[in-house]
Ligand binder design. Sequence first.
Ligand code: SF4
Length: 355
Amino acid sequence: MTQQIELVNNLLKWFSENKRWMPWRETKNPYLIWISEIMLQQTRVETVIDYYNRFIKKFPKIEDLAHASEEEVLKLWEGLGYYSRGRNLHKAAKQMVEKYEGVVPSSYKEIIKLPGVGPYTAGAILSIAYNQPVAAIDGNVMRVYSRLYHIEQDIMEKKTIDQVRYLVEGMMPIGNCNDFSEALMELGATVCTPKNPNCCQCPIQEYCLAKQLGKENDLPIRINKTKVTQHHKAILWIQREDKILIKKNKEKGLLAGMWVLPTLETQGKFKKIAEIQQEVDLSYGGIKINQYIGDEKHIFTHQKWNIAIFIGCCNKKSMNIEEEYQWLPIEELKNIALPTLYQKVISHCQSAIKE
Ligand code: SF4
């Protein structure tokens, strides 16, 4: 027990002396902590800071977010990726205003029911904002604990995560759970890094079993069962006078609810305009493909897209298009929320058109 207290104290002391500045560390406001934790999922701190500042400037209170339109929220999310996070944030804000009088719930049972809030986010909000002894177990914490306690089990397995949760919650110092939670994340992000951890600078090195055994680079064990699938796509810039054809994706699936350019799944890579023209004729009538302007690659979590980009035009005044399609004035492209990939493609197309 004494050893555990020493370990916690060493970690907290190190954190108070070494923590990086982040705007959300200036507050314990549960609404702001929640926003930051959702933005930080799968995204680097450096990227999140600007988005966070813009977001809370526009929506300083939960009611401001709840009363905004989805389009406004997604526009501010543009470029941050994983857009379902923005959409869920908006839905959760509405629920909190309707059901909890605009207060982020402080019980695990309630907070976990909110859209976009999983066990990690619930633990992070409850420990950081409400100072409760609830663990926030992310990849950083799993790595630190599997090394600290020399856990040789797959960290993707539920029983390993439960074991780490038990260990973390067993040592959370009452009254200082917020700093402890953040200190663990910080240690994983800056010292106990995935490759070549900086054990010499580590405040808990004398308690670390992996370090004693010289196995810090062998842990954690991670058996990745998710395969990345390869896809070939053709993305089309289709213009009619000063308008461009765009499409709103369905509410489910990859890039759900986002505006995109017409995109076709193709069998292998298209090299000739005639080949893509055939596909386009099958999907949309009245469109002529004029130019192939190049390739692009993009990796989503489980998909790799190999993309060929084409420019075409539509000379017909009316054309059979489904209701999710729309002709948008080109100058208004800047006002709608577009995924990063499509922003890149649009910029390629606009440069090609200018040449
Ligand atoms: Fe990680 Fe090294 Fe610290 Fe162990 S001693 S927790 S391996 S940084």
